[in-house]
Design a protein around this ligand. Sequence first.
Ligand SMILES: [Mg+2]
Length: 233
Amino acid sequence: MPCTLCSWRTYDAHLFDIDGTLLNTRDGVHYNSFHKALREVYGCEARIDNVPVHGNTDIGILRAALEHHRPSEKGDFEAKLPRALDMMCAEVERNAGQMKPALCCGIAALLESLHGEGKLLGVVTGNLERIGWRKLERAGIRQYFDFGSFSDRQEKREDIFRSGIEIARQLRGPDIRICFFGDTPADIRAAAQLGVPLIAVATGIYTCEQLGEHAPELCVTSVEKLLGSPEGV
Ligand SMILES: [Mg+2]
């Protein structure tokens, strides 16, 4: 069955990207943790401002920032990566009190509704695990989620989504019907490669028109549109 404004709720598991989909953060805590790791682990003043971050993963952002800053030196990235990731997580945890995530429009009501129906809820995100959970805690929505698939061991978004599917099937059986929620073309591409429907939301930096060019199953300006559909309540 195609995913439509009327049928999206029939899925058994709903797996959400975090940034731009569930919430947005403008406090700089996560952002600054990249620069601390780049400076203290890799010894360079690279910034992440000139590399693609939306739809990217934390490891992918680190790698791109280093390659942009010093394209001829690639040798030590992998060897130093565990220390860099641990430093990022520790930095975010140390500054967690400054995090001020803002929930995207309609998310609180959507999660409460799906959770109340006993749906399986997960996050599939390019965030590192400790950072992703901390954002959800600070946003007050951690309690809704049964599991997460993060970027700690998976640099590609497609692999993160694939792991999310595998975990959902382990928890609820192989025939579970799954849909994703995401806010970037990278999310749409990853879901399409795995043959799973994705509901695109224009609550990040991309408009519905821009997301629609990548042919998601469904695209809405926010999840509030889903809750507002006649059969969606
Ligand atoms: Mg996102």
